[in-house]
Write a protein that binds this ligand. Structure first.
Ligand code: ZN
Length: 158
């Protein structure tokens, strides 16, 4: 690696500088001819192109993230008690051990999405929320969101 201004062979890391809008890698002495660019530029100004676009993509994933809601334990327990099922009965219906239900209801275990979906269907509750807001306008998404809130409210009221 050589300094792009004076051509001196560089022993250390070259400095990234901006001269008249173009990026150059130079030695320490030549860096004063331009503006030193930080290693990770913060994309605060709009239109800084590449880096800001990358950041945007990270903040807005295309795929919605599904997460088990925080108060899953209360929802499972209350819904199960409403149906007057024992933990054993509920466990049997989802092909799990009663101890699994016990751990879920005591909050010692967060059910994975597969298990949560099984419980959702069986107890007619909502245990999973989608954390991505970007696609809420898509058909079905808003409906799903609405029923989520409704179901939680309904269970809480009872
Ligand atoms: Zn130089």
């Amino acid at each position: 690696m050589r300094c792009e201004i004076c051509g001196k062979k560089l022993v250390e890391e070259p400095l990234k500088i901006k001269v008249d809008g173009s990026i150059m890698f130079t030695c320490k002495e030549c860096s004063k001819f331009g503006k030193i660019q930080r290693e990770a530029p913060k994309p605060q100004r709009p239109g800084v192109s590449r880096s800001s676009r990358v950041t945007k993509r990270i903040q807005r994933p295309r795929e919605p993230t599904e997460e088990v809601i925080e108060n899953y334990r209360d929802i499972v327990r209350q819904a199960r008690e409403k149906k007057e099922w024992s933990r054993e009965e509920l466990a049997e219906k989802i092909y799990e051990k009663a101890s699994v239900i016990g751990r879920i209801e005591s909050g010692k275990m967060v059910p994975d999405l597969k298990l949560a979906k099984k419980i959702e269907k069986l107890l007619n509750v909502v245990l999973i929320e989608k954390t991505d807001n970007d696609i809420r306008d898509e058909m079905g998404q808003s409906k799903l969101k609405g029923s989520t809130i409704g179901d939680i409210a309904r269970i809480k009221r009872n």
